[in-house]
Design a protein around this ligand. Structure first.
Ligand SMILES: Cc1ncc(COP(=O)(O)O)c(C=O)c1O
Length: 439
């Protein structure tokens, strides 16, 4: 390998060795973050950081001000109600009506400590509704922390990479798992982290039909709500609406994160919206763990209670104010987060011009949206090799194999931390990379 690299070759090599990571291609996001922090510290050079999905935008003022006001009113000394403050529950219910075109009562809309708490709660509840079943089927690639959550509570799970199973092919593949009778819930994110694929209406219909046939609860993770920028899903009460499983089944819960769409990651406030029918549904097997056999009751007063006893007051009021502005048409969240789409478009172009290929590149024949993530490979390199080689050129990412993807040649690149001033540097580094490795 050419040793004259943009970031000092020896230092990077040494830091990789010191990290103790046997194969960098299996390093978690946080491990890569730590490694790159150390290389940056030692070399005083800045990376193009594409490993972690941190929002790169500021929290809107409306939310900040509402949080301050709540603090000034003295809420910090009081316990918040576990089911959430009424004003937020109402705005979540309005939000799902106005942006998904579905009806969910405020009582079934529950704030959670980030939407990650929502998935943990659902593993605790949805996966215990039927004693004869085992756990979640993940439609991968996916967010590794959710599998960690299953491991932490000792639940089994299954998963498959959807890469080869788009469109009608999804039906047989999904059914091959469901017919074994062990799947209590099905989880996927849409748009998808890490691949940025988005399921089509046809695919959502297939998932819903099979979930109903085999009585599995669909956990739809909308962590990147409205961020498939090919369409404008941001006009309250007007089509097109963010596609959702809720159009096709009653057997669903929605995890709606405020971290990315509203740049609200740090306050750890997310939303769990449970279908009205599922909320009131009785599952006698729940009584093995909870005081009630009701899905909604167990979710709020047993699972959420035992994890954190609800969500702090101030972010609830902040999110309520923000949602109210969005619902009333006074704040368009898409206008802000569209920036990620612009970045992805520009950065993908630079990678593709320098010998890289996209790994996940279409939704049933349509080009993927430009958004928070994209996936890349470089001919002749495994994902581990590519990840390491890019570090010498001052570019960091994570390997797709850590996300349940079978594309072991691929990396996930996140655009959120790279603004346009850094494009010339990215381009220079990629040109040198391609000159050093290109055939
Ligand atoms: C697919 C997916 N689900 C859930 C989350 C977690 O979101 P939150 O910050 O609301 O807990 C993320 C965050 O990156 C994500 O990518």
């Amino acid at each position: 390998m050419e040793k004259n690299t943009p970031i000092d070759f020896k230092t990077v090599k040494q830091k990789i060795q010191d990290s103790g990571l046997a194969d960098i291609g299996f390093a978690s996001i946080r491990e890569i973050v730590k490694l790159v922090n150390e290389i940056e510290g030692e070399t005083n050079q800045k990376f193009i950081r594409m490993e972690m999905g941190v929002p790169g935008l500021d929290l809107p003022e409306i939310a900040k001000n509402a949080e301050k006001e709540a603090l000034d009113k003295g809420f910090a000394s009081k316990y918040a109600m576990i089911e959430g403050v009424a004003v937020l529950k109402k705005e979540i219910s309005r939000f799902v009506k106005l942006f998904l075109d579905i009806d969910i009562d405020p009582k079934c809309c529950v704030p959670t400590v980030g939407s990650l708490q929502g998935s943990m709660i659902m593993f605790l509840v949805a996966n215990r509704t039927d004693a004869s079943k085992e756990g979640t089927l993940f439609i991968d690639p996916g967010f590794p922390v959710q599998k960690l959550q299953c491991n932490v509570i000792g639940q089994k799970y299954q998963s498959f990479d959807v890469f080869e199973y788009r469109g009608e092919k999804l039906r047989d593949k999904l059914e091959s798992y469901l017919k074994e009778g062990k799947v209590s819930s099905i989880l996927y994110s849409n748009p998808n982290n890490p691949s940025w694929i988005s399921f089509t209406e046809n695919e959502l219909k297939i998932i819903a039909e099979l979930a109903d046939k085999y009585n599995a609860i669909v956990i739809e993770d909308l962590a990147y709500f409205g961020m498939d920028f090919r369409k404008d899903y941001s006009q309250p009460g007007k089509a097109p609406y963010q596609p959702t499983i809720a159009k096709y089944t009653d057997n669903y819960v929605l995890l709606i994160s405020s971290s990315k769409s509203f740049s609200y990651a740090g306050q750890r406030v997310g939303m769990l919206a449970i279908s009205n029918k599922l909320f009131d549904r009785s599952y006698p097997d729940l009584k093995r763990y909870f005081v009630s056999d009701k899905f909604g009751y167990s979710t709020i007063y047993n699972a959420l209670y035992s994890l954190s006893s609800g969500v702090p007051h101030t972010p609830q009021y902040g999110l309520a104010a923000l949602l109210k502005a969005v619902n009333d048409g006074n704040y368009n969240f898409r206008d802000d987060v569209m920036e990620y789409g612009r970045r992805a478009k520009a950065m993908k172009k630079l990678f593709l011009a320098n010998g890289f290929k996209l790994v996940y590149d279409n939704d049933e024949g349509h080009d993927l949206a430009d958004g928070f993530y994209f996936t890349i490979s470089y001919p002749g390199m495994t994902g581990s090799e590519l990840l390491e080689n890019l570090l010498y050129y001052g570019i960091s990412a994570i390997a797709l194999q850590t996300t349940g993807s079978t594309r072991s040649e691929g990396l996930r690149a996140c655009v959120s931390q790279t603004s346009s001033e850094r494009y010339p540097e990215l381009e220079k580094r990629l040109i040198q990379f391609n000159a050093d490795f290109g055939k």
